[in-house]
Every structure is written in C-alpha cells, then in structure tokens.
Design a protein around this ligand. Structure first.
Ligand SMILES: C[S@@+](CC[C@H](N)C(=O)[O-])C[C@H]1O[C@@H](n2cnc3c(N)ncnc32)[C@H](O)[C@@H]1O
Length: 381
C-alpha cells in the first residue's frame, strides 16, 4: 500500500488505504500474499502482519528443524534447487515446496530465476549453525518447541490465572534441559557484551547468580575476572543441565563456579549474609510472581557486602509503558508460565529495590539487547 503513495493524490490515497484495510473484513478466507507482510502507517497496527505472524514464525522454526538453511549454506554458491532441498530435508512431498515458497515470501530465502534457492543475508548470519552469530537453537528449541505452544494457552491463562510456575514446568527433566541448553549460547553472548561494553567487575571476588540457568553469565564473568568465584542458585533439574555445561568450560572456570539447588521464591536462601560483592539476577524478576520480587531484592541486599552491587537484567519496557514491542511481548509470553508476574519497567524495578534497602537515586539503568532487555545496577550503601 505505501509503495503506491507517491503516485496517488491524497484523497485517492485515503480511499485506497480504507479499501486495503477493509479487505480482510470482506473476505472470509486468507488475504492474498501481497497483503500479508505489507506495511501499515507507522502509527497504526498492520492487522494482517500481526494476526498471521504466527504462520511466519512456524515457517522459520520448521526451516530450522528440517535443516534447510544449513543445507543451502553447505551447498554450491549458486544455491540448491527444489529436488536437492527435498533430498536434504528427506521430504519428497509437494509440501516441501510450500514451505520453501513461504520462506521466500518472508524473505528468509531468495529464489533465482532458474529456480535455485539461496540464503538471505540475515538467514546466513543468524540461522546457519556454522555462523558465529547463530542463534537458531534458541529459536528452534525454546521459542518453537516450548514458548510457541505455551502462548496458545494465553487467552485461558488471562481469564483463569492458572499457569504452571517455572518450578512446576521445570520439574520435567527434559523440559528443563531443552530450555536451559537453548538459552545458553544466547546468554553467553549477552554476558560478553555486558562485561565488555557496560561494566567491569574490578576486584569482585564473590558473586551469586540467582536463577543463573546454564551458568552462562558466571562462566563469562569468572573468565574475565581472575579473582572471582560464583555460586549459581537454580531449580534442581536446571542445576543438572548446568553441571553438564560447566564440565565443558575451561578448568579454571569450572573450579570457580558451583551450582546450588534453590527455589528462589523460598524466603531463606542457603547463603551467608554480607558475603557477596555482586548479586546477578538475569531474567528472574520476570519469572517469579510479582509478590516475590521485593523478597528477591531483599535477599540480595542481605547477601551483599556493603558497597556490593545488585545487577538486574531482564526484558523491560520503557517507563512510558508503550514499548518497545518485543520487551512488552516477552513479558506477555512469561504470563503463560508465571500468571502472577509483573511486566517490568525500570521504575517498577527501582521502586522495589528501594523498598529492599538500596538507594533508588544511585540506581543506574542501561540498555542491553536493543528493544528487548535493560540492566539496572543498584548499590548497597
Ligand atoms: C530465561 S532463564 C535465564 C537463565 C540465566 N539467568 C541467563 O540469563 O542465562 C530464567 C531462569 O530463571 C530460573 N528460575 C525461574 N524461577 C525460578 C525459581 N523459582 N527459583 C530458581 N530459579 C528460577 C529458571 O530455571 C531459568 O533458568
């Protein structure tokens, strides 16, 4: 629709826009391919793009599951034809063409005039296993196999308030392992970015990594900070996956990271008071009920030495509560595994830090993953 704009006078443009928006209402069936993923005015929702976006998500996850991107990356520069893709994916049915056509339509693949398929630049960067920037496992396992299905329960959870907690969801060893392994590489990259670009840990010697998952942040932080040891507090099944991932770290890191089982919603933590220089909480504030967040920060306060730092990293929206969209949607997704959780923004986090004893006026807020996460640093006086 917007592509036509320069050639249309204003009234015709308005009529055209109204017609375009009216079309889906008039048609019972799917909109045409040209409407799907068309753009809307910047300040308005593109209803089709949002409503049918789940189909695109599954096209991407299925492309990953079937190894299509890796197969094209490993093939000749000119790309693979459909028969070669069918052989690579072990699927000779016409539906493979349907999937590949969809991947072209959403710009993940390109089709040459002679019917060969190549990767788009972003697909080559992010969705091919051999790329340094690959995060396809996270998308395939945590998004595709887990949260995608949880999100289907959102309407029911909103009305009933009934959803599993992380503790009950992760009592199943396979679920905990899949989630934790999928999280690992992404968190390693985030931890490296944090330590390189946002803050150094200086002469910190002791750290608590609350809800530390695979231990990704602890491995990166201890490797970058020679005198630092870290204790990862996690749910039992996550500790088991974390131990296996720890075994693959350099020996000097393995010796300085340990896992301790804890449901962090319990009031008493198995740690000494005033013993830690740093308490890290990455993605845990949004994973527990709202009523628990204050207690998490109070426990962090108790565990920290005077002058110690609490680092809260999580999906957050701006204080204006109007975005960014992925920060907002991640909080919504968490509702399906934490029905009584809080959608986080810096103000909400800092207020609760203040109630726990930290000085709100000394808290620092930093952007982390653009459009998704923020980091708040609080100091124990
Ligand atoms: C998105 S993951 C983040 C893991 C890690 N902090 C990181 O950034 O890579 C959220 C973690 O919070 C943990 N978690 C959620 N509720 C918890 C609880 N009640 N006690 C301990 N850990 C919990 C989950 O087990 C999961 O590993």
């Amino acid at each position: 629709m917007l592509r036509l704009a320069p050639r249309l006078p204003t009234r015709a443009l308005v009529r055209h826009a109204l017609r375009a928006h009216a079309l889906p209402l008039a048609r019972p069936a799917l909109p045409s391919g040209t409407r799907l993923f068309a753009s809307a005015p910047a300040d308005d929702i593109d209803v089709d793009n949002v409503a049918y976006g789940f189909m695109a998500s599954q096209a991407l996850f299925t492309g990953l599951e079937m190894g299509l991107f890796d197969a094209i990356a490993a093939g000749p520069e000119a790309g693979l034809n459909i028969d070669e893709l069918k052989a690579a994916a072990n699927c000779s049915a016409p539906r493979l063409q349907t999937l590949v056509t969809s991947l072209v339509a959403i710009k993940s693949l390109k089709r040459t005039p002679d019917g060969r398929y190549t990767l788009s630049p972003n697909t080559a960067r992010f969705l091919v296993q051999s790329s340094k920037q690959y995060y396809g496992d996270y998308l395939k396992y945590q998004m595709g196999r887990q949260f995608y299905h949880r999100m289907g329960a959102l309407p029911d959870v909103m009305t009933s308030g009934e959803a599993p907690s992380y503790a009950s969801w992760f009592s199943d060893p396979e679920t905990a392992a899949t989630y934790t392994q999928a999280q690992h590489n992404g968190s390693v990259a985030t931890a490296k970015y944090l330590i390189k670009k946002k803050l150094q840990l200086g002469d910190a010697a002791t750290m608590l990594d609350v809800g530390g998952g695979s231990g990704a942040f602890s491995y990166v932080f201890t490797e970058a900070t020679p005198g630092l040891s870290s204790t990862v507090l996690e749910l039992p099944e996550v500790c088991r996956t974390g131990e296996a991932i720890k075994a693959k770290q350099p020996v000097s890191v393995q010796e300085r990271v340990k896992f301790v089982e804890l449901d962090a919603t319990s009031p008493d933590w198995p740690v000494n008071d005033a013993a830690y220089d740093v308490v890290l909480m990455s993605y845990i504030s949004g994973s527990v009920p709202e009523s628990i967040i204050g207690a998490l920060y109070a426990n962090a306060y108790k565990a920290l030495k005077p002058g110690g730092r609490l680092l809260v990293h999580d999906f957050m929206v701006d204080n204006s509560l109007d975005g960014p969209p992925l920060g907002a949607l991640w909080a919504l997704q968490h509702v399906t595994v934490n029905a009584d959780g809080l959608g986080l923004c810096p103000q909400g986090v800092i207020e609760r830090m203040g109630s726990a004893g930290f000085d709100p006026s000394a808290c620092e807020t930093m952007e982390m993953i653009t459009g998704l996460t923020k980091l708040i640093v609080a100091y124990k006086p």
